[in-house]
Design a protein around this ligand. Structure first.
Ligand code: PLP
Length: 451
């Protein structure tokens, strides 16, 4: 595998430029001594060897979990900011990166059609959802949070942490929240918030957001959209009509969580939470005795649950969006379109082959399928074997366990001797995957024939 290195020369040049900004200060020795350098070098080489113990995430034959390499611009921007190590908790911890955070978050909000919002960078999707559910609880104390049975498992856990009642809504045969079941539950009352997922983590299914919004409005509930994985796909020009409607409805949500560290080319440690109503900032206000410069406007430290936060994450997000603006028709949007085509191509090729049972066509860029076996338990066992056999051929897939209710409408003539089935799952999150689908199919074929 070859790793990108050219960006390192731009990083060196940018470091010199960064240094120039602090030229007026009295000199102090910052360089490593020869012996320190020697130790650093050998520790780093040892680390490189230890890092061999990973699947090759940046390579297109890694088509397993939602793991993508950050773009070089994100990686180098993050590294550059580390020489200063700003803390976006407050303005005097990181003036420049606080300003960059506001710009970058504003650009993400604008992608959803929001001009005004309350939002910020978090350490990831879990924290972003935590903030949404925390405010959901403040706004509707004692009421229940609903999410689909295929929603991310952290919603029920976070509700527990926050002391909120949580119930899950069944999904339909396509892994989407069942709108009729949702309405029945809403009609029974005492629901504060419905969490709709745009892009479920296991199958990439899209909850029927226009229906969810209409029902929530009718019954007086808020809608939080967990778009941690799928949030960027509204930029793609090749969505199916159903998906397009879901993304077009996103602007009506009360809050949105999105993970730039999934489909936004960022290193880990980058989620975003957005609230449509900026006045919700009143709930975050605190007066810590260490609070920094105060200003009329709430600073970032006053609108986050986390205290210290890496300014470098916002530097990387801003730099990436400078290079890849979040616009339809641009290179970033075209990358997402490639991912959608890759998933559809993989689905079509596998669906033609009688050795596989498919589930449903991919809504985004995740494909799930399973070997055709007589029973549910044999399918699970064979999926695990194939997962390992493919890895030995350098094709890295993932496994997912799906409930019988989701699979049964699609699978004829199978003996149901277990309630869940382990299936193969592939997340085609890199635009390069499009060109690699034939190789992926060929390696899977080989793994199946001679493991
Ligand atoms: C990944 C994911 C999360 C959790 O986000 P982290 O960044 O891993 O904390 C939540 N919801 C969905 C839909 C996800 O795909």
């Amino acid at each position: 595998m070859t790793l990108e290195k050219r960006s390192l020369s731009a990083l060196s040049e940018a470091l010199v430029e960064l240094e120039r900004g602090f030229d007026g200060l009295p000199a102090h020795e910052a360089e490593l001594s020869s012996s320190e350098f020697g130790r650093l070098r050998s520790v780093l080489l040892e680390l490189a060897r230890r890092l061999h113990d990973n699947f090759p995430y940046p390579h297109p034959l890694y088509a397993g979990q939602m793991l993508t390499p950050p773009h070089p611009v994100a990686r180098t921007a993050y590294a550059l900011a580390q020489w200063i190590n700003p803390n976006n908790h407050a303005l005097d911890g990181g003036r420049a990166t606080s300003a960059l955070e506001k710009i970058a978050v504003g650009e993400i909000a604008a992608m959803f059609g929001w001009r005004e919002q309350l939002g910020h960078v978090t350490s990831g999707g879990t924290m972003a959802n935590l903030e949404a559910l925390w405010l959901a609880g403040r706004l509707a104390a004692g009421k229940t949070v609903l999410a689909s049975a295929q929603a991310h498992y952290t919603h029920s856990r976070l509700s527990e942490v926050l002391g909120l009642a949580f119930e899950s809504v069944p999904t339909d045969a396509l892994g989407r929240m069942d709108a009729n079941a949702l309405e029945q539950r809403l009609a029974r009352g005492a629901v504060g918030t419905v969490v709709a997922t745009l892009g479920t983590t296991s199958t990439g299914s899209l909850d029927p957001l226009p229906r969810v919004l209409a029902l929530a409005k009718k019954y007086g509930a808020r809608v939080h959209v967990d778009a941690a994985y799928g949030g960027y796909f509204g930029l793609a020009a090749n969505l199916e009509p159903y998906a397009r409607e879901c993304y077009d409805a996103l602007r009506e949500a009360d809050s949105i969580a999105i993970d730039p560290h999934k489909h936004g080319l960022q290193p880990y440690g980058c989620g975003v939470i957005l609230f449509r109503d900026p006045s919700l900032g009143r709930f975050y206000k605190h007066d810590s005795p260490y609070t920094y410069f105060s200003s009329g406007e709430l600073h970032l430290g006053e609108i986050t649950l986390e205290c210290s936060r890496p300014g470098a994450a916002s530097a990387a997000l801003w730099a990436t969006q400078q290079m890849f603006p979040l616009v339809r028709g641009g290179p970033f949007a075209r990358g997402l379109e490639s991912c959608l085509r890759a998933a559809r191509a993989l689905y079509i090729q596998l669906a033609r082959d009688a050795r596989w049972r498919m589930v449903f066509e991919p809504e985004l860029d995740i494909v799930v399928w399973a070997p055709r076996e007589k029973s549910a338990s044999a399918t699970s066992a064979r999926s695990r074997e194939l997962f390992a056999a493919a890895a030995r051929k350098d094709l890295h897939l993932a496994l997912a366990t799906l409930p019988r209710a989701l699979l049964e409408p699609h699978w004829d003539g199978i003996e149901w001797d277990s309630s869940g089935v382990t299936v193969l799952r592939s997340c085609l999150l890199k635009p390069e995957h499009e060109g690699w689908v034939p190789r992926i199919v060929a390696l899977l074929d080989e793994a199946e024939r001679n493991p």
